[in-house]
Design a protein around this ligand. Structure first.
Ligand SMILES: [Zn+2]
Ligand SMILES: [Zn+2]
Length: 119
């Protein structure tokens, strides 16, 4: 199994570097650079279960912000990442979760850099 996966896509990101144990880095076509940690990506999972968009309680993983009653969590890892068309990636987590389709639009919105967080 290969640790680094590089996806070359014809849409917004010019280059995506995926490391299953550390996270995803994206170079955008407009020159912006995003560096996502695993915990950040897991917490920002856009699927209906995690966001509660089916009218259910959001099941946020909160990997990056420990709550008052921290539960044991195994080290987060991505088992695999696959391209979904040319607009998104799907992440298979080692906690069994795999319903998150991360569109590049979503990824750009959750960019954790100071510039984007301040915007
Ligand atoms: Zn999810
Ligand atoms: Zn940014």
């Amino acid at each position: 199994m290969q640790e680094e996966t590089v996806l070359m896509l014809a849409s917004d990101p010019e280059h995506i570097a995926i490391s299953k144990s550390t996270g995803i880095k994206i170079d955008w076509r407009d020159g912006h650079h995003s560096d996502y940690s695993l915990a950040h990506l897991r917490d920002e999972c856009p699927c209906a279960t995690c966001t509660g968009s089916h009218g259910t309680e959001p099941q946020r993983s909160n990997y990056s912000t420990p709550g008052p009653f921290p539960m044991f969590k195994p080290a987060l890892k991505m088992n695999s990442v696959e391209a979904v068309g040319s607009y998104a990636v799907r992440i298979y987590w080692n906690d069994g979760h795999s319903s998150g389709i991360y569109s590049f639009e979503h990824l750009r919105r959750i960019c954790p850099c100071d510039e984007c967080k301040g915007a």
